[in-house]
Ligand binder design. Sequence first.
Ligand SMILES: Cc1cc2nc3c(=O)[nH]c(=O)nc-3n(C[C@H](O)[C@H](O)[C@H](O)COP(=O)(O)OP(=O)(O)OC[C@H]3O[C@@H](n4cnc5c(N)ncnc54)[C@H](O)[C@@H]3O)c2cc1C
Length: 348
Amino acid sequence: MPQNILFLAQVDESGTALPKIAYEVLGAAIDLATQSGSTLTIGLVGEDVQSAANTVAAAAARIVGVRGPDFAHPRYATDSAALEAICREVSAQIVLAPATSRFLRVMPGVAHRLKAQVDTHVSSIDAVDGALTAKRWFYRQRLEAVIQRDARPWLLAMDAGCHNAYAGASTAANVQLLNLPLSAEAKRTTFASVRVPNRDAQTIRPDAKLLFVAGAGWCKKQADGKTHLPEAEAAILQFLKNSGASLGGSKSLVDQTGENQAVLGFMTHLNQVGQTGSTPRHPKGLSTCCHGEEPHVVGWRFVNERRAVNLDPNCGWARGKADVVYVADAFQVVAKLNALLAEKASRK
Ligand SMILES: Cc1cc2nc3c(=O)[nH]c(=O)nc-3n(C[C@H](O)[C@H](O)[C@H](O)COP(=O)(O)OP(=O)(O)OC[C@H]3O[C@@H](n4cnc5c(N)ncnc54)[C@H](O)[C@@H]3O)c2cc1C
């Protein structure tokens, strides 16, 4: 059944484009509109929306925007007012938005104001036999829910990495700008600054091709009866720098940090992959010195090609959880990889 579909997005920090996840969700919105014979409208929020609108102008006949310095940075009061105004202007029945931290904070509030219903962490939405059907995962990707709702509007925040990104050519967009008067109260919270870790300290890289996971083995006594923490730290950091990989850790390893044991200084709980950690999406994964137990491996649900290095030929990875297992010393393997990557870099 045709619906009035609205795709919502924020302008990214560059001020001229949308975040990568937004182009992915736009790809899903276009497919849904085509499948269901629906109209698609685009709604944008940012300090200036024109340049970003140009990048998606070919995707929809109508683009509605809320712009101004008050919408440059995330703020609950102004973001929720902007999204609500766009949804009302368009009389949207289905609202698809990227699950950015900025939007996830306001979507439930916007749904409440619109007397709508909202689902988050959606991984797909399709028109199946005339009914709109969304899917999301529960219990760390072990259970998949299939959701249909009669309620309209229905707001859906979609996760990253679930759909091919829209990549149409840029063209001049005709943006219908909404005038949104804001009370002084709505502007009470002010933006101060963005603080980010320096590049070397930033080990979590969601867009990396490779996820490199370190397990507790890196901190264990090795064949000579001693631990080799400085060597482990240097080898892993060198590998991350050379390869651009994202760093994951097993629970055993990151817990040691909290227990003040001698550990890898750059490893935090944010790196933990698994049932009580994260479920990152990367094309490839390489596990080192990690046993491959089920609560850890469930976090590899969306890693397409999995390889592991372990001294133990009987480790969990070798029991069908990885595509390739190298029964080898990870210290030696990573040292060799670093040498090969350095040689490759020197040839450029
Ligand atoms: C409710 C619950 C939730 C949990 N959630 C998570 C979770 O989210 N994420 C998670 O990771 N775990 C989780 N766990 C813990 C999980 O079950 C394992 O205990 C943990 O993953 C083990 O970590 P590890 O493999 O790094 O350490 P270990 O089991 O100690 O394995 C270390 C490995 O290193 C290898 N090794 C040592 N030296 C070398 C070397 N030089 N070269 C190659 N290999 C070497 C050893 O052979 C060994 O296999 C959870 C457990 C429970 C009960």
